[in-house]
Design a protein around this ligand. Structure first.
Ligand code: COA
Length: 382
């Protein structure tokens, strides 16, 4: 309440809500109509008819590729998948028991140490850096998970597409067609979302003219909070808990009465349904029975109806991405890291966009503390 009063007095927009802090040609959200476009293309068309690689190309080059451009781009991404042996050793030797996001953040940060041309700050070099990070993030995540299970990491294969190779590196076999296409859709839907917290963090770091690795590391840090990218893991925990107790109404009412957030619901920008959630729900619904774990969908749908009944909140993309990924056999502890792998495309594109027309991002604050205090030497303080 005190903060709200301050906000009115000082004109501060808490959480920078509705503040326009950058221009972009990348993501565009209509929160009233519930629409999302990447570079002018409806995200649902990209998810339905395109591929994650096409989306990455679109975000990095501002246009969709021709067949030849796509093939060349895919080959290049495929070649970049393999981790530097030193980074693999680092992953093997991380102390303690880091979570997938902690391991990913550390190794992405360390990628700067093995950059093949550290002095080259050209746009082309930065584009290659972005591609290398985008290509290697799934390799890092899959390798870390396998090491955690006491298994040998699998080398990436260039034979498979980005999503299918990710699946392969985790499970040790290529996905069935339907599994590959669901994962590809999830990655595409999560690839870009204008100035969300992690992308803002990425752009702030880029605006100091720091490097891409530093910018991605900041993005990974911001994404890892439960109000942002970690919501998907929490959604799955909730689905498992509600399945156990079999009391949806009690769970939802209990959470809302206690003032707890229901994960996977609400959004800063969407005032209606998140189109990505609606689309994923439809896709999973059509797959009924063809994808293991689709029964989570039924439970999720009932929770959605119950939440709406008590508090007119709409689900966001995390709410349906969680059962989709769980159905694909991805452990829930890894969901946020998968989100990060997808969002790497948007982060890379935003760094390039920031560099292209840079001005240091340095907002200001409204000082609300005490003024004119007199310094008293420590020995004389009571
Ligand atoms: N569960 C319960 N209530 C929620 C809610 C949720 N998931 N999301 C928002 N609300 C309620 C708030 O309690 C508040 O209610 P009030 O006006 O009665 O006090 C109102 O909706 C506005 O919430 P606010 O926190 O101001 O919105 P925000 O724009 O700052 O927050 C999120 C946006 C995403 C952080 C928020 O919706 C949330 O915490 N969601 C759950 C986490 C999540 O799914 N994150 C992934 C986002 S893609």
């Amino acid at each position: 309440m005190a903060n709200e009063a301050n906000e009115q007095e000082t004109g501060v927009q808490r959480g920078m809500a509705d503040v326009v802090a950058a221009s972009t040609r990348l993501g565009n959200i209509d929160g009233i109509q519930g629409k999302l476009w990447y570079c002018g293309y409806d995200v649902i068309d990209l998810a339905q008819y395109g591929s994650y690689e096409e989306t990455v190309y679109l975000l990095l080059h501002s246009k969709l590729p021709t067949i030849q451009q796509r093939d060349t781009f895919e080959r290049e991404l495929g070649r970049y998948r393999r981790m530097n042996p030193g980074l693999l050793r680092l992953l093997c030797n991380l102390p303690g028991a880091p979570t997938p996001m902690e391991a990913l953040r550390t190794v992405v940060s360390a990628m700067s140490a093995v950059d093949p041309s550290p002095m080259d700050k050209s746009r082309q070099a930065n584009l290659r850096r972005a591609m290398r990070i985008i290509a290697q993030m799934p390799t890092i995540v899959a390798a870390h998970w396998r090491l955690r299970q006491g298994e040998e990491p699998l080398s990436p294969t260039e034979e498979l597409g980005h999503a299918a190779n990710f699946f392969y590196m985790l499970h040790g076999h290529a996905p069935a067609e339907v599994e590959g296409s669901i994962l590809d859709m999830c990655l595409t839907l999560m690839a870009e979302h204008e100035l969300n917290a992690s992308t803002f963090a990425v752009r702030v770091v880029a605006s100091t003219l720091s490097d891409l690795y530093a910018a991605f590391t900041a993005g990974l840090g911001a994404l890892n909070g439960p109000l942002h990218g970690a919501a998907n893991t929490e959604v799955m925990k909730m689905l498992l808990e509600v399945e156990q107790t079999n009391n949806i109404d009690g769970f939802v009412r209990g959470a809302l009465t206690a003032g707890r957030r229901i994960m996977g619901f609400g959004h800063r920008v969407y005032k209606t349904a998140d189109p990505r959630a609606t689309f994923l729900r439809e896709v999973l619904s059509e797959l009924d029975g063809r994808l293991p774990g689709v029964h989570w969908l039924r439970l999720a749908e009932q929770i959605q109806d119950t939440v709406f009944k008590y508090k007119e909140l709409y689900p966001n993309v995390d709410f349906y991405a969680a059962p989709a990924l769980y159905g694909l056999g991805f452990p829930m502890e890894m969901f946020t890291a998968i989100f990060a792998c997808a969002r790497a495309a948007g982060w890379g594109a935003h760094v390039l966009e920031q560099y292209d027309d840079n001005r240091l991002i340095r907002p200001t604050t409204s000082y609300v503390g005490e003024i004119g205090r007199v310094y008293v030497p420590i020995a004389k303080r009571g």
